[in-house]
Design a protein around this ligand. Structure first.
Ligand code: NAI
Length: 655
C-alpha cells in the first residue's frame, strides 16, 4: 500500500486501486467533525481528485467508533448566525463533494455513527455496518435543539423514504446495524470479518445507490406531504411545545415546504433553517445540557481507580430491587438479599421484563439474568467489591445492619447507602472503618432517572467515592458528587417547589391549573401529580429532614392527608383520586394561559431560590453542577439550561 498521512486522517491505496481514508482525530477519544477535521477531509478529497483516480473510496475510522457527530464543543462556542452558517456551509460542501465522487464510495461503519458521522455515510454511495450491537446509527441532533445540517434532512428521506427518515430525525433514536439494513439505511450489516470483503465487492460491482420503494416515495409527493403533515404535527405536539423545542417543528416545516424541490435547493433550505436554530436560545441551552452531561461522565472517568464489579445489594424493595436489576443489566455481577424472600422473587420478575425491554435478544436477556443472583443466605457480603444497602429508612436498622456486615466484608470493600435523608456521619457511627461508607442516592424509578448522587460524608474515603462514581458512570448513569447535607441537592431544590404547590392548593388554587402551570413552564410533570406519584408520606418525611435547616414547613392540610392514609397514587387517593387502572380524576383547567404563566413563575421561584443557596453553600462544586443535578435529577426544563442559567438569562425580566 502507498499512502499519505495528514494530521487527523490517512489515505492509503491498495493494489486494487482502492483508496482507504481512515479518520483518527488526534487527541480525542472519538472522531468528531470540527472545522479543522472538515478542512482536512477537503484536503483528502483534493488529493483523491487529483492525479491517479482511485477505483473506489472507503471511509473508515481508526478508532473503536466511526464518527460521533459534529464537534459539540465547537457548536457550543458559536456566537452568531454568521459563524453557524460558515460551519454548516463547510460541512455541506464536504458532503456534496463526497457524493459527487465518480468512483464508488463506501462508509465502513463500526461503532457509533451519529449526526454528522451518519451524514458523511449518507453522502457515500454505499454503507456497510458491523452487526455487533455496539454499532449504532442515528441522527440525534434534535436532542441538541437542532436538526441535521450536512445534507442529512435531504439524503436520509431520499434513501429510505420520508416517513422512516422523519421518524428517525424527530425521535433522535439510534439503530443497530441489522435494523438499519432492514430500513435500507445500510446496504449490509455483517460480522466484523466480513466487512472488508463486502466493501470490496460493492466497489467491484457498483450496483447503484439504494432507492426507497415506490410506496415509500409516495410520501414525498405534494399530496403525500400534505396528507402526512397533520399526523406528524400531532406527534410532535405531543412531545414538545414549539416555543420550548423549535427543532422538530423546523424539521417538519422543511419537509412540507421544500420536500418537492431539487436536492441543492433543499440543502440550501436546510442550511438557512439550521442557522436560525443555532442562533436561537434553545439550541444553546440544550448544547449546554449535553456538555454538562459529558462533564459528569468525564469527571467519573478521570480518576484512575479500579471500578467495582461484584455488587451485593441488601434490601429488595422498590429501590434495592431496581438498583440490582439496573446494575446487572449494565454488566455488574450482582447478588441480592432481602429478609423477605418474596421481595427478591418480585425483583427477578421486574428484572426480566426490564432486560427483555432493553436487550431484546433472548441470549442477552439470559446473560443479564445470569448476572443477577438471588442470595437468600446473604453470602455475597464476603466477596463483594461494594455492598449497596437499600433497606427501610431507619437509623437504628441501618446502623445495626452495618455493624453486622463490617466484620464479614473484604478489607477494601465499599459500603454504600441509598438513604435519602439520614446523615452519613450518623450512619457511620459504630463502623471500624467509617471511611468505607459512601452514599449512592438513586432516584425512583431507577431505570428512568439518569442521575445518581454520590454522597460524601465527613469521613468518606476519597478513593471509595471515586470508585463509587466510576461504578455509576460505567452503569450508564450520571454521577454527581454532593455533600452530605439535608436533602443533598435534588430533594433540596425540589421540595420547596412541591411545598409551594401544596400551599397554593390549600389556599384554593385549582390542582389541575397548578400542574398545568408547571408543565407550561417546561417541567415533565406537575408538582401535585409528582407528589402523588412519589407518595405524600415520602414527601412529608423528606421535607421534615430539611424543615429546620431550610425553614420549610409542610402545610397542615398535607400532613393530615398523610395521617388519614391519603398517600397518593399507591393508596388510590392523594391530591387526585385514582381509579383501579391508576387514572386520576383530572378535570378541566380553570385558569387562562396568561394566569397559568404567572402561576408557573410563582411555583418555580422557590426552586430557583434554593438552587442559588445550594450553590452558595457548596453542596456541589459549582453552579453548573447545580444546573446539571437539577435537570437530570428532577427533569427541570432542559431547554432552559438549568435553574441558575435560567435565572441569569431572565434576570432583567424579573418583577
Ligand atoms: P422498601 O420498603 O420498598 O424496601 C425496603 C426493603 O428492605 C424491603 O423489601 C424489606 O424487606 C427489606 N429490609 C428491611 N430491613 C432489612 C434488613 N435488615 N435486611 C434485609 N432486608 C431488609 O423501601 P424503598 O422505598 O426501596 O427504600 C429503600 C431505601 O432507599 C430507603 O433508605 C429510602 O429512603 C431510599 N430511597 C427511596 C426512594 C423511593 O422513592 N422509594 C428514593 C431514593 C432513596
Amino acid at each position: 500500500m502507498s499512502g499519505t498521512k495528514l494530521q487527523h486522517c490517512t489515505i492509503e491505496r491498495d493494489s486494487d486501486g482502492i483508496a482507504w481514508v481512515t479518520l483518527d482525530v488526534q487527541g480525542e477519544a472519538a472522531n468528531s467533525l470540527s472545522t479543522e477535521v472538515l478542512k482536512e477531509l477537503e484536503a483528502a478529497l483534493d488529493e483523491l481528485d487529483s492525479g491517479d483516480r482511485p477505483k473506489g473510496i472507503v471511509f473508515q475510522s481508526g478508532k473503536s467508533g466511526f464518527i460521533a457527530g459534529a464537534n459539540v464543543q465547537e457548536l457550543g462556542a458559536i456566537e452568531n448566525a454568521t459563524e453557524a452558517d460558515a460551519l454548516i456551509e463547510r460541512g455541506q460542501r464536504v458532503m456534496d463533494r463526497i457524493e459527487a465522487m465518480t468512483a464508488p464510495t463506501v462508509a465502513l461503519i463500526r461503532g457509533f455513527c451519529l449526526g454528522g458521522g451518519l451524514e458523511l455515510a449518507l453522502a457515500c454511495r454505499y454503507r456497510v455496518a458491523d452487526r455487533d450491537p455496539s454499532t449504532r446509527l442515528g441522527l440525534p441532533e434534535v436532542r441538541l435543539g437542532i436538526h441535521p445540517g450536512f445534507g442529512g434532512t435531504v439524503r436520509l428521506p431520499d434513501l429510505i423514504g420520508a416517513p422512516a427518515a422523519l421518524d428517525l430525525m424527530l425521535s433522535g433514536r439510534t439503530l443497530e446495524g441489522r435494523a438499519a439494513q432492514r430500513m435500507g439505511l445500510v446496504d449490509f450489516a455483517l460480522s466484523p470479518w466480513q466487512l472488508v470483503d463486502a466493501t470490496r465487492d460493492l466497489i467491484r460491482r457498483d450496483p447503484g445507490r439504494h432507492r426507497p420503494k415506490w410506496w415509500q416515495r409516495l410520501a414525498g409527493t405534494l399530496p403525500g406531504r400534505y396528507a402526512l403533515k397533520p399526523i406528524m404535527q400531532r406527534q410532535v405536539k405531543q412531545s414538545a411545545r414549539a416555543e420550548h423545542y423549535p427543532a422538530p417543528y423546523a424539521m417538519l416545516d422543511l419537509w412540507v415546504r421544500h420536500g418537492g424541490e431539487s436536492a441543492p435547493s433543499r440543502i440550501k433550505a436546510e442550511r438557512t433553517s439550521l442557522t436560525r436554530l443555532i442562533d436561537g436560545p434553545t439550541a444553546g441551552n440544550l448544547i449546554r445540557v449535553f456538555l454538562l452531561q459529558d462533564r459528569l461522565k468525564r469527571e467519573a472517568r478521570s480518576s484512575d481507580v479500579v471500578v467495582p464489579n461484584r455488587v451485593h445489594v441488601i434490601g429488595a424493595g422498590t429501590m434495592g430491587g431496581d438498583i440490582a436489576a439496573w446494575l446487572a443489566l449494565n454488566g455488574c455481577r450482582v447478588t441480592l438479599f432481602d429478609e423477605h424472600d418474596k421481595a427478591v422473587a418480585s425483583t427477578l420478575k421486574r428484572a426480566r421484563s426490564l432486560f427483555q425491554k432493553r436487550l431484546k435478544r433472548p441470549e442477552r436477556v439470559t446473560a443479564a439474568l445470569d448476572r443477577l443472583t438471588p442470595d437468600p443466605r446473604n453470602r455475597g457480603v464476603e466477596g463483594a467489591d461494594i455492598i449497596i444497602e437499600a433497606i427501610v429508612e431507619n437509623l437504628d436498622a441501618k446502623q445495626g445492619l452495618f455493624r453486622s456486615l463490617e466484620p464479614r466484608m473484604r478489607e477494601d470493600a465499599i459500603l454504600a447507602t441509598n438513604t435519602s435523608s439520614l446523615p452519613l456521619e450518623q450512619l457511620a457511627e459504630g463502623l471500624q472503618q467509617p471511611g468505607r461508607l459512601i452514599g449512592l442516592h438513586f432516584f425512583n424509578p431507577v431505570a428512568k432517572m439518569p442521575l445518581v448522587e454520590i454522597v460524601a460524608g465527613e469521613h468518606s474515603d476519597a478513593t471509595n467515592l471515586d470508585r463509587g462514581q466510576a461504578l455509576i458512570a460505567s452503569a450508564d448513569k450520571l454521577p454527581l458528587r454532593v455533600k452530605s447535607a439535608p436533602g443533598f441537592l435534588v430533594n433540596r431544590v425540589l421540595m420547596p417547589y412541591m411545598i409551594r404547590a401544596a400551599e397554593l392548593y390549600a389556599k384554593g388554587t385549582q390542582r389541575e391549573s397548578l400542574d398545568e402551570a408547571a408543565k407550561r413552564f417546561g417541567m415533565p410533570m406537575g408538582p401535585l401529580e409528582l407528589a402523588d406519584a412519589v407518595g405524600l408520606d415520602v414527601c412529608v418525611a423528606a421535607v421534615d429532614v430539611m424543615a429546620e435547616p431550610l425553614g420549610l414547613e409542610v402545610p397542615a392540610s398535607m400532613r393530615s392527608m398523610v395521617d388519614n392514609g391519603t398517600l397518593g397514587r399507591k393508596s388510590g387517593r392523594g391530591f387526585y383520586v385514582y381509579d383501579n387502572k391508576g387514572k386520576p380524576d383530572r378535570g378541566r383547567i380553570s385558569l387562562e394561559p396568561a394566569e397559568l404563566d404567572r402561576l408557573g413563575q410563582d411555583l418555580i421561584k422557590p426552586l430557583l431560590d434554593e438552587a442559588e443557596r445550594t450553590r452558595d453553600e457548596g453542596i456541589v462544586a459549582d453552579g453548573d453542577l447545580v444546573d446539571a443535578g437539577t435537570i437530570f435529577g428532577t427533569g427541570f426544563a432542559p431547554f432552559t439550561g438549568g435553574p441558575l442559567h435560567y435565572r441569569e438569562q431572565h434576570s432583567g425580566q424579573r418583577g
